[in-house]
Design a protein around this ligand. Sequence first.
Ligand code: SAM
Ligand code: SF4
Length: 476
Amino acid sequence: MIFSPEQYRVKDERMKPFIDIEEIEEFLAETKKPTKEEVERIIQKSLNKQRLNLKETATLINADTPELIKQIKDGAKTLKEKVYGNRIVLFAPLYIGNKCKNNCLYCGFRSSNKDAERKTLSDNELIKEIEALEDNGQKRLIIVYGEHDAYNPEYIAHTVKIAYDVKKGRGEIRRVNINAAPLDIEGFRTVQRSGIGTYQVFQETYHKPSYQKYHIAGPKKDYDYRLTSLDRAQEAGLDDVGIGALFGLYDWKFEVMALVRHTNHFEACYNVGPHTISFPRITDASGSNITDEYIVNDEEFVRIIAILRLAVPYTGLILTARETAAVRDEVISFGVSQIDGGTKLELGSYAASQNEEQNLNKEQFAINDTRSLSEIIEELIDKEFLPSFCTACYRLGRTGEHFMEFSVPGFIKRFCTTNAILTLSEYLVDYAKPEISEKGWKLIDKELRKLDDEKVINQIKEKIEKIKNGERDLYF
Ligand code: SAM
Ligand code: SF4
């Protein structure tokens, strides 16, 4: 039986909303003007691998002098370098359909936007999109859907299955994540059975009065139903979830606090934090009309990422092509662990001509980083970041991998770096242009020299030889 949001709440009292506006505001008010020493102590706590509490997070948010901001950015950079190393996981978003019952004022897909050209990919079109993504070398997708009866759990599961089934040449999709409307428990179960990785739902703004201003029609009007959606996912056995806030709708300071509160809620209730946190900044969308009162500038954006890195040190941070190449390049060193590459948001556009201009009436919003996957990989290699398409933990059932990366000594070197090297090797053999390939192998040599265990180095070299001889999907 499927329950409506109201029936659902009556049925399950466990899933109570957990954001307390006053509590967050009090923490922000009582931590004004922190000293250098206080900030240092908090950064050290994070470097000692402990998550920050709400008061400590508020203190970092209130640290707003240039000197303290630099201290926080340096702390985040040290944490990223020490704990996570230099690998960056790459993925691509895939938009399946833009029909939508909701009317989110900031989104090009909203029901009142008569300029939006509504479309759902047919199975055949979907297959063509996935083939085009595989031809580029992508291995990880996040599939995105509007909220509509047509995109029910069975349909989502159907499209996930197609994504896993399509194999073109040596290409295949090894991890399919989902960004879709909240479901009920049965719905989450159906989607989980299709073998998805992470289920992402962004709260957009955690500030309820603001939420109600922006979400004026459709099921998404119900703040509490959305806030508790990932609790229902947990209940359905789907424990790999991603949270996020859309920055620009309300005060960024409140949203950062709420993201940390949401993380604490998961840890307290399920003993595991969210897999990832996203922090998209609002960008232009067809017909949208959002005031710039809460617009987050680049400087604040960098602070947000550095603070989140320190506050939730073992959670993956996702940065998307909504940001310009310049911003992306700057913030990557402060703790971002995943970025999308070669992104196209227009439905069906991966398979269409590569040179088409962006068309806002067919997209959800504008993207600012239009570099191809190949260009992004080249730039990462030039800056000595290690591009990774690794999907090993999830496929080996090593759940909570971000936590392990963070807390198990040597985990990153033993698994993450080695698997990044192997997936980059596949990319270099199968898809890279000769000049990128040359740079890529040099980087791999350098990375191998950094690993101190001869046995492991030899195991990786053996696997690389196998890849050169045609074997695929080798991992530790
Ligand atoms: N319809 C589902 C939902 O709303 O959760 C999932 C898909 S929605 C297309 C994915 C996310 O895009 C939203 O959660 C929102 O944060 C983001 N988004 C919407 N409009 C945006 C805009 N103008 N700029 C940046 N991100 C936007
Ligand atoms: Fe629909 Fe999601 Fe866009 Fe809102 S954000 S209008 S729910 S697609």
